[in-house]
Ligand binder design. Sequence first.
Ligand SMILES: [Zn+2]
Length: 130
Amino acid sequence: MRIMSLPQTEITRLSQKDLTQSDIEYFRNKYGKKFVRALRAVEEGKVVKYHFLPSESETWIVKGRRQYLVIPELYCTCRSFYQEVVISREINLCYHLLAQRIAEIREQYQDQESTDTERRQLFVEWRRTD
Ligand SMILES: [Zn+2]
């Protein structure tokens, strides 16, 4: 299964400090409503990169109705990813996956430090796929 990977031209476009109207239009034409939702999530600070100690492992989370665990360019725990990406193969990404990429490229995410002990508790919630 081929999951989204942004082409270099789009990464370059997204890394500009200010997105122009034509940039927004380009991405909206390509990704539809998902781009608008993703960009909004990024601007509202809903993308979080957890950094756990002492293991130094990292986990990306996008906050929506609940917290979705996102493995960049690979996986998201939301229902849309499961149904539309994996099962029906209608699309190749959900807006959380797109939001994570935008946030990382634009360096516009929250850094959250935590412990491995807490990580185990957080994963009880993050493992949900409903
Ligand atoms: Zn998702």
